[in-house]
Design a protein around this ligand. Structure first.
Ligand code: DAH
Length: 232
């Protein structure tokens, strides 16, 4: 019996000097890292992070953003409808309306909202049926276009590199007036033109503008007292 026990113990010896199994640790997903970098930048400027819903109502995704049912600009965003009044949000802009509404007409409002958005696009190298947007909204007294421009310029340099320039092009969104599209100078060719910037030297990164008075009013803010800028 003793011999058998000895034998068993000998067989089951563990060599504690063997190297252990290594656990491979992952690293943050590039998308998560990018969202965090952008959040950190805006938190540093005193913004709060707001959240909305990926399943949204027609009212917040469109109507509260100055896009009534018959508005032709609804075609700009091919929408996944769940029912007549429920849909997958096509942009993070409904969070603007929801946040303003919750503030009961009292500013300042200073938020960003990162989140998933959905569109009926055919997937290819530069399109996807689901992607991530970051919305920004500032509402207060005396907010001007120059505040928007300064904020975006700082943002571009912080996130895309200190040597980046920005360019504002006139555009149209129903929820802003005036509206702009914003480009950054290409980080690959430094503006000379290459395959990343389609030979133009510029890359479009966002839409923006001064919040339309109708949007302020529908969300309970007096457009005579308050103004704001937004981007997404
Ligand atoms: N919601 C727009 C889009 O998805 C982007 C956008 C444009 C957001 C202008 C804004 C804005 O807040 O002011 O195409």
């Amino acid at each position: 019996e003793e011999a058998a026990l000895e034998e068993k113990l000998r067989e089951e010896t563990i060599d504690v000097t063997l190297p252990g199994r290594t656990f491979s640790l992952g690293s943050p997903h590039p998308l998560s890292r990018t969202i965090e970098d952008i959040e950190d930048f805006f938190l540093g400027l005193g913004y709060e992070i707001a959240e909305g819903y990926e399943v949204e109502t027609d009212y917040y995704n469109f109507e509260a953003l100055n896009l009534p049912k018959s508005h032709p600009a609804r075609d700009m965003q091919d929408t996944f409808y769940i029912s007549e009044e429920t849909l997958l949000r096509t942009h993070t802009s409904p969070v603007q309306a929801r946040t303003m509404e919750s503030r009961k007409g009292r500013g300042p409002v200073k938020i960003i909202c990162p989140g998933k958005v959905y569109r009926r696009d055919s997937d290819d190298a530069t399109h996807s049926h689901q992607f991530t947007q970051i919305e920004g909204l500032v509402v207060d007294r005396n907010i001007r276009m120059s505040d928007l421009k300064g904020t975006l310029e700082l943002f571009a340099k912080e996130i895309f590199g200190a040597e980046r320039e920005i360019r504002l092009r006139p555009s149209y969104f129903p929820f802003t007036e005036p509206s702009v599209e914003v480009d950054i100078s290409c980080f690959k060719c430094k503006g000379a033109g290459c395959n990343v910037c389609k030979g133009t030297g510029w890359i479009e990164i966002l839409g923006a503008g001064m919040v339309h008075p109708n949007v302020l009013e529908m969300a309970g803010f007096d457009p005579d007292e308050y103004s704001g800028f937004a981007f997404g």
